[in-house]
Design a protein around this ligand. Structure first.
Ligand SMILES: [Fe+2]
Length: 434
């Protein structure tokens, strides 16, 4: 058995880790839009040797960031580096810019790490005044105020029996404004949150902390991941008022979400949430991932009646949902997603027309999360580009691909071929640098 044919599916094929490398010699097919001046970063797990093939789980793999620097129609460099942290574990899940700082992020009690635009990791402490640097991979940034809102939890607190999550707000200068404790006795895994004009949404769903399962020989998930589907837990969403700190809990259909597309309040004060819904997850009969598939779903939560309606919006599995970066908490029309079946399609969903357009990369390709970049002086919500790393099994290399978001099915505007493959990973961002 070669290394790339591990019996652990998260160490097989394009999941297998790569070495650090860098180059300034990059071949471009097509034309990179000259107005794209910046850096595309993507974080993901890349376990260091020695790797335990029996027990490895990607949620615990060492963070590695892949970056490509683009300017004036040229691809200046590509490099990939392990996330090095002065605080311990290198966050492996997301990388984004807030204010003037770029953060590598992960959930569960690990501190974010600050990096510069040359991909150097800094010793600087994030969020001065925070007594605990626990955070999340999926904060939301209010483009009106510049504030970053996050719902985080800490496995250390869970181990100590504390059933609580934290609603944290960071101002545009990276300073902690608020750290509010919200009681969640079942100790839920909370991967994402959502914001609207008045609320932050707390997802208290039935995947909850269970340390005991780590020792269960029948645990099909492996990797000692200490959460489990919990039939005894009532699924609920908290509408936490951002100003008054009051919370309205609304019971919802049992299910789980890793990622939202977006959320907003409609004219009637109802909260609209679009997300990728799993029927059941972290269940012994349905190990994660690639057991159950997620489907694009809309919940409408009514704070007056405390009820929730549910509608499935497309019957194709899709994940890694993204929206225009300035639309967190504002009414959106478009979402961008990855086909969670064969991985060879990006989807653009039009929530106004209720239709999905696909971009097909072809049989040999496996794409990763699509990231939308608005055009400067954009005239509409989808006036911009969709970018991502796409792995080609025939060459065993990855391309940085740029699509025209308004001509989504058309051939890519540009493909930049990298000197190596980018393993499957999690999330990334475009960082403007002009
Ligand atoms: Fe995520």
């Amino acid at each position: 058995m070669t290394k790339r044919e591990s019996k652990n599916k998260f160490l097989s094929g394009n999941w297998y880790p790569v070495e650090e490398t860098s180059t300034t010699e990059l071949k471009i097919s097509g034309e990179l839009p000259r107005e794209l001046s910046g850096l595309f970063l993507r974080n993901g797990p890349n376990p260091k040797e020695p790797i335990n093939h029996e027990n490895y789980h990607p949620f615990f793999g060492d963070g590695m960031i892949h970056g490509i620097r683009v300017e004036d129609g040229k691809a200046l460099w590509y490099k990939n580096k392990f996330v090095t942290s002065p605080f311990g574990f290198g966050p492996n899940t997301h990388v984004l810019k807030h204010g003037e700082k770029i953060y590598a992020l992960v959930e569960g009690g690990v501190s974010p790490v600050i990096m510069d635009s040359e991909m150097n990791f800094l010793e600087e402490e994030p969020f001065p005044a925070a007594d605990n640097k626990r955070f999340t991979a999926h904060p939301k940034i209010d483009s009106d105020t510049g504030e970053m809102h996050a719902v985080s939890y800490d496995f250390g607190e869970y181990v100590n029996g504390l059933g609580q999550v934290h609603y944290v707000t960071i101002d545009s200068n990276g300073k902690l404004i608020k750290d509010q404790i919200i009681e969640t006795p079942s100790r839920p895994m909370v991967h994402d949150c959502a914001i609207t004009k008045n609320y932050v949404l707390i997802f208290d769903l039935p995947v909850t902390f269970n340390l005991g399962r780590r020792d269960d020989d029948n645990n099909p998930i492996g990797g000692d991941y200490p959460v489990v589907w919990n039939d005894k837990h009532t699924s609920r969403v908290g509408l936490q008022n951002k100003k008054t700190d009051e919370i309205i809990w609304i019971e919802v259909n049992p299910g789980f979400l890793f990622h939202i597309v977006n959320s907003y309040e409609d004219d009637n004060g109802q909260v609209v949430l679009d997300f990728c819904r799993y029927e059941r997850l972290f269940d012994f009969d349905n190990p994660l991932p690639m057991g159950q598939k997620p489907f694009l779903t809309r919940w409408i939560l009514d704070p007056k009646t405390k009820t929730c309606s549910e509608e499935m919006l497309d019957d194709r599995p899709m994940e890694f949902s993204r929206v225009h970066p300035d639309f967190d908490g504002k009414q959106h029309r478009f979402g961008y997603l990855l086909n969670d079946g064969r991985l060879n399609n990006y989807f653009k969903h039009d929530f106004e027309k209720s239709e999905t357009i696909a971009h097909d990369f072809g049989e040999s390709c496996q794409a990763a999360e699509p990231v939308f970049i608005p055009r400067k002086n954009a005239k509409s919500e989808d006036d911009g580009f969709v970018v991502g790393f796409v792995y080609d099994k025939t060459t065993d290399l990855s391309d940085f691909v740029v699509l025209d978001a308004q001509n989504f099915s058309d051939a890519p505007l540009a493909r930049v071929t990298l000197p190596q493959r980018v393993p499957f990973g999690f999330h990334g961002s475009w960082i403007n640098l002009d």
